[in-house]
Design a protein around this ligand. Sequence first.
Ligand code: FES
Length: 104
Amino acid sequence: MPSAQFLCHTHDVKPGEMRRIKLGTHAILLANVEGSFYAVDDLCTHEDAILSNGALKGRCVECPLHGSRFDLSNGLPLEEPATLALRTHTLVIDGNKIFVELAD
Ligand code: FES
């Protein structure tokens, strides 16, 4: 099991917000959807767009470049042009701290 890395505190990302968090060379999009947190790679699978520059719509993030939406719970694209899923990462919440276990 990979070790969990500290991301931020729960109050750093309010409900309805998302933000980009760098872990070394890796960029994570962390979103708060009505108090539930989700973490995915912060890079569209279609082209090199930073998803955290897009829009959070419910449990989906909309790419700022061509508008594909991805379900944050499983990373799946809901419409083209993106066809590949985002990597999703496991979050561990301990008190007010959020840790991430990066997927392979
Ligand atoms: S770069 Fe995201 S849909 Fe094209």
